[in-house]
Structures are given as C-alpha cells and as structure tokens.
Design a protein around this ligand. Structure first.
Ligand code: ATP
Ligand code: MG
Length: 346
C-alpha cells in the first residue's frame, strides 16, 4: 500500500513554535526521509471559516503567511503538495456523504471541539459548520487516501472520529476508504506546547505565541516575559521544572550544542533542571539561555522566509499547482466513493 501523508493548518494567523514542535518539524523530517509516496499539506481555509465567517479577509490574508512559513521551515514543493482546501470542492461533497454516517451525540462527545466551543463562547449558538468540522476533516484525510497524519495531540479525537467514519463507510458500502494513523511528535512535550503565558496550549486564537517569523527583539521580549514557577521568588528558592514552560521549551527546542555554546558550565538539560530544583539558579539566567536557543532555531527559518517573501508570485504559483494536483487526487477518490455508494449514475 502506498504511504501517503495528509496534514495541514488553519490560516487563522502566522504559524508559531507550537506548530513547529507539534507537526511542522516532523513533516519536514518525513518529507526528507523519502519513505512516503506522496505528501499533501493543506491550508485549511474552509475549516478556518467555520469560526471566522465574518472575517473571510483574515483567512484569505493568512493563506500566504502560512505558505511562507511552510517554505521557510523546509517544506519542499518538489516533494510535498501544498494546496488550498477550498480549491478542492470535492472535499465538500465527500463531507456531505460522511455526515450521514455520524450522529450529533458522537460529535458532541469530541473533547477538542467541546473545548474549542467553550474557548470561542459558542455555547449558546454553535455554527453548524464549526460543530461538524471533524467530519470535513475526515473528508480531507480520506480524499487523499492518507495513511499517516502527523499532528499535535489536540487532533487525536479528530483522527479517532475519522477512523470511525472510514470503518462505517467500508462496512456500509464495501471496502473503499483507507484507515489513517495519527503520527504524534516523538517528544512528549511537543504534543501540546503550552503558550508563553503557561496556558495549556500555544494557540493563534489565544495570543500566547512565539511566531516563526518574529523578529529577534520580539522573541527576546516574549521569552523574558514568560510565565515560570510562581513560587520561585528568590534565586535561592528551590524551583519546580514540572509544568514550567521555560523548561518545557528547553526540552522541546534545545540541543546539546546549545549547552556547549551558551551554557558550558552545565553538561545538559538534566543538570540545569537539577540546579533549578535545588535552588540557586535564577529565572533570568534560564530565560537568557532559552532566548539564545530560540534565536538559534528561528534565525535560519526567518532568513529563508525573507527569501520567499521576495517571490510572492512564485509562492501563489506553487499553491495553484498544488491545488490542481490535489483536486485530481480527491476527484479520483470521490469517484470511488460514489461508485461504492451506487450513486454514479451515468
Ligand atoms: P487555531 O487557534 O486557529 O485553532 P492553532 O494554533 O490551534 O490555531 P491549528 O491550525 O489548529 O493551529 O493547528 C495546526 C497543527 O498544529 C495541528 O496539527 C495541531 O495539532 C498543531 N498544533 C497547534 N498548536 C499546537 C501546540 N500548541 N502544540 C503542539 N501542536 C500544536
Ligand atoms: Mg487549532
């Protein structure tokens, strides 16, 4: 069976280091591993509209930002198909057939959607499109016969729901769709990177992000203002590294060579953590180190982004070509789906 990846992001803002840790870095590694036959990376504008219906211009403007972030991180259009969701209308048709296989009660149980409804104050009036976006996401994944979906942990309920839809479809109409597997980050802390405010998840909608395109001074300010252990008041106080976002970021982003370059007095993260826990290590020193680490990780991304920013027509061309290729692939699956459902009339 062909090994195929489908993954993507909502164009609701620029991409941040949570995206990088949770999915982007892995996508680039999988892309360059050469183990996959096809890789589809979707800019989910239709999904972004489900909670931004009043702001189509925001969604539209962020498509190019997300595309630039992809290219800056090393997504290679020669190896990966980058496309815009709404340019593949076959996905909407697939969604409508899958809707008949899912109950309202099942959608209501989806914990990520539940949390997002609360976050957006949608409790009193949930847009139907938003409520049903896990179904449209199942259409996105299955349209490309994806076997692997590299995403952060918040997407686990979506993948579960997608697999249920595939099983239901195949049981009802005969073996047609491919069952996808979730590919979570190897590093536990990357599955759901907290925001700089220490909130549960760094998220564009919460404004607690370090963006991939942030300038060095913005990165420094954000790192130096980060939430840490609130009980670590004096340098000599013992501190907690558990749930402390500064240490979580160090676990996610630091490399052994960063210690050699910026913190040679420590052999590695374990030693730094041990010192913080027993007391005598100040937050400012740790934050300065984290700043050096983040600057090192983000500088090459920012530089590549600048190069692509000078080639905007070429970036739109990549999106156009990617969308055409994606559309052909989705249309083939839709044809199989209609045949299986016996609604291919002519
Ligand atoms: P929005 O607030 O608009 O939902 P978002 O920041 O949650 O934006 P998405 O576009 O929904 O970003 O997510 C894109 C991908 O990035 C998904 O695979 C998701 O799992 C992953 N992701 C998003 N935020 C994080 C995070 N803080 N940690 C790890 N992975 C994340
Ligand atoms: Mg999200």
């Amino acid at each position: 069976m062909a090994k195929i990846i489908l993954t993507g992001d909502r164009p609701t803002g620029r991409l941040h280091v949570g995206h990088y840790a949770g999915s982007l870095e892995r996508r680039v590694a999988l892309q360059n591993s050469g183990e996959y036959d096809r890789i589809y990376i979707m800019i989910a504008d239709a999904q972004a509209l489900t909670d931004n219906a009043e702001h189509p211009e925001k969604v539209r403007d962020n498509i190019i930002e997300v595309a630039l972030d992809y290219l800056a991180c090393g997504i290679d259009p020669a190896k990966s198909t980058i496309f815009i969701q709404s340019m593949v209308p076959e996905l909407t048709e697939l969604t409508s057939y899958y809707m008949n296989l899912v109950t309202i009660a099942r959608l209501q149980r989806n914990p990520t959607v539940k949390a997002e409804i609360q976050q957006r104050n949608f409790e009193a009036s949930i847009p139907v499109g938003f409520f049903t976006y896990p179904i449209s996401q199942a259409a996105d994944i299955t349209a490309f016969r994806a076997t692997s979906v590299p995403v952060g942990e918040d997407q686990a309920p979506m993948l579960e729901q997608c697999r249920e839809i595939v099983h239901k479809f195949n049981a009802t109409y005969g073996d047609t769709l491919t069952v996808p597997e979730i590919v979570l980050p190897e590093n536990r802390v990357c599955m759901r990177l907290p925001g700089i405010d220490g909130m549960s998840k760094m998220s564009k909608s919460l404004g607690n992000c370090i963006y991939l395109a942030d300038e060095p001074e913005e990165i420094r300010k954000k790192v130096m203002s980060m939430f840490t252990d609130p009980n670590h008041l004096k340098v000599d106080d013992p501190g907690s590294t558990d749930g402390n976002p500064v240490f979580i970021y160090l676990e996610a982003f630091s490399r052994p060579e960063d210690f050699a370059e910026f913190m040679p007095e420590y052999g590695g993260l374990d030693e730094l953590e041990a010192h913080y826990r027993r007391g005598g290590l100040g937050d400012i020193k740790v934050k300065k180190f984290l700043n050096s680490v983040m600057q090192s990780r983000l500088a090459p991304i920012r530089e590549r982004r600048r190069e692509w920013e000078r080639q905007i027509p070429e970036v739109y061309d990549i999106l156009r070509r990617g969308s055409e290729a994606a559309r052909a692939s989705a249309a083939a699956t839709l044809c199989d789906v209609r045949t299986a459902m016996r609604i291919n009339y002519f």
